[in-house]
Each structure stands twice: as structure tokens, then as C-alpha cells.
Design a protein around this ligand. Sequence first.
Ligand code: 9MR
Length: 351
Amino acid sequence: MRVSVAAFAATLLITGTAAAQPASAHPNPVPLRTLAAGTGVRIGTAVDMAALAADTTYRGTTAREFNSVTAENVMKWESVEPTRGTYDWGPADDLVRYARAHGQAVRGHTLVWHNQLPGWLTAGVADGSIDSAELRTILRNHITKEVKRYKGRIYQWDVVNEVFEEDGSLRESIWLRRLGPSYIEDAFRWAHAADPKAKLFLNDYNVEGVNAKSTAYYELAKRLRAAKIPVQGFGIQGHLAIQYGFPGQVAENLARFEKLGMQTAFTEVDVRMILPVDEAKLATQATYFRGLLDACVQARRCTSFTVWGFSDKYSWVPGVFGGEGAATLMDEGFVRKPAFTAVGEGLAEGR
Ligand code: 9MR
């Protein structure tokens, strides 16, 4: 990425002189997805299917601004197989159809996780009615069925999600406990067999910079790739908080995975703050979004930058972190924040 003077001047024309101005001063700037064209990076969002059905502003913004979408919840196991053997693909199919109609690519999220598992599965494992051999078969069928259903329509799958602890040890889960660590490579093999063209990702939070957890992923990826296991991407969620500081060595972290021949992606970016909101916090937030975006744009193989929702109206943050929020690009009334402007400028300068 090189920024010419002309391109920089064009950026100012497109997006205004930025953070100093209130977000609402630019009622109709160039869509983020237009700015992203030519950067090599798709700009994405998680999609809340209930909001997409009910809220026209939400729907319009999703279509206008983004060229990649991720199901916030409806592709997770508890959603697609709430009762054993009974599938509900409706909402996930709706998202894939919506994306196609709007020229958007779809990231698949997520095949193997310790959260949002169906009750029949966790209960069966707990009471012993599902033994380890059966659990492995169930996992294989789940991955095969879901990946095959969307074969050719999902460009990246988060195959395993959040499998390490902060110290770099494998996370305690029913998968590790019952199947042992080989469940990870099995999951990638099964997903690859079901859709050989989809890029298959590891995905986690707190792995933006170089640290014990991201290094555990690096060692895992190196080992799996040496053994010819089909793992092609490292997904960095990017759930940041301004009170904890910006992570160090983000560029170095992306580069080491790319050196293994892998793609990278930011998959769930949001930047929360302790409420109430003020101008200084919003300005800091904008620099955090921009910092991750720039790392992606400047990396050689960073393919997508996805925000975990674009309006505070539907963000998961306040429900989980008491007293925190305002983590997305737009406020609850869909007014663009300085962070929105910063992302637009980062994309414009990255072309
Ligand atoms: O945003 C999702 C929220 O609506 C769900 O209630 C929650 C359940 O655990 O999952 C949230 O999404 C998570 C994502 O799937 C994986 N990384 C962390 C995200 C935020 O918790």
C-alpha cells in the first residue's frame, strides 16, 4: 500500500477532514464497501437476523456498507440443530440468500465451539448417554452436513473457535475432554472434505498481538500445516477495550502466520469503553479501529476485516460487560462515529 498525494487529497474530498467533525456532518459519504474495492480486503459485519428482518435502517446499512457478512448466531450448532436430528436452516439460508442478492461474500461462523451447543448434546455427554465414539461421529456429521449445505457459497469458515486458554494451554471443553486434542485436526479434515474450496480458519480473541495465546496458535498452525492438515487461515476476533490499551506487535503477528502460507483476517472487531461516552473516548476508539484496519490493509494476505455489528443498538457488549458499551461504528440511532470515518479513511488510503 502506497499513499500518493493525489490519493490522499481524494480521500479528504471523499470523507472530509475526519475525526474533528461530528459524524453526522457527512450524511452520505462513499460506502465502506466502495472504498474497500481495490484494497484486497473485504469489509464485513456480523448480522443479527432478527434485526435484519425488523429494522429497515439496519437492513439498508448492511447492504450499503459491507461486502462480507457473518451470521452473528444463526449458523451456530444450537441454532441449526436445536433437537437431535431436526435441523433449522431457515435463518442461515436467509442470510446466504440476502448476501447473494447484495453481492456479499459470506464467512461461516462457527463449526466447533464450547458455547452455544444444543442442550441435547451437552446433556447427553453429561449423563453418559453419548459416549466418546458417538460424540466423534456426531461432530463429524455436524461439520459435514453444515459445510456441504453451503458448499461454494462460503468463502471462509471458522472451523474451530476459541480452543486455547490465555496461557496457551488447550481449553477445557467437552471436545478436549472426550476426544483429545486430535479433534482439531479432525475438524479441519472433515470440513475440507465437505467443501475443498472454502478457506478454513482458526479463530479466537486476545490474539491480536504476539502473546502466549497467539503463539500457541502459531505453533499449532505450523504443526498442522507440516502434517498437511488443511488449515488455511488465522482469524483474529479483535474485541478490544480502550481501557486496556492497544495490543502490541499486531503487524508482526499477522506476518508470522502469513509466512506459514496462511491467510489472516480480523473477524469480530469492536472496541468497547466504560460508559458514559465522551469525545475523547470516541477519538481513542477511532484510533483502535484504524490501528487494526491498517494492520490488515498493510499485511500481504489479510483478506477481510469484519466488525461484530455496526450499530450500538444491537451490540452484544452491554449485556456481557456491565457499565461498558458504545463498541461499534455507529451509535444507537445509526449516527456514524469518528470510528466509522476512520475506517473509511483507512480503506481509502489503502487502495
Ligand atoms: O454476539 C454473539 C451474541 O449474540 C451471543 O449471545 C454470544 C453467545 O456466546 O455470542 C456472541 O458472539 C461471539 C462469537 O460467536 C464468538 N466470539 C465472541 C463473540 C461475542 O461474545
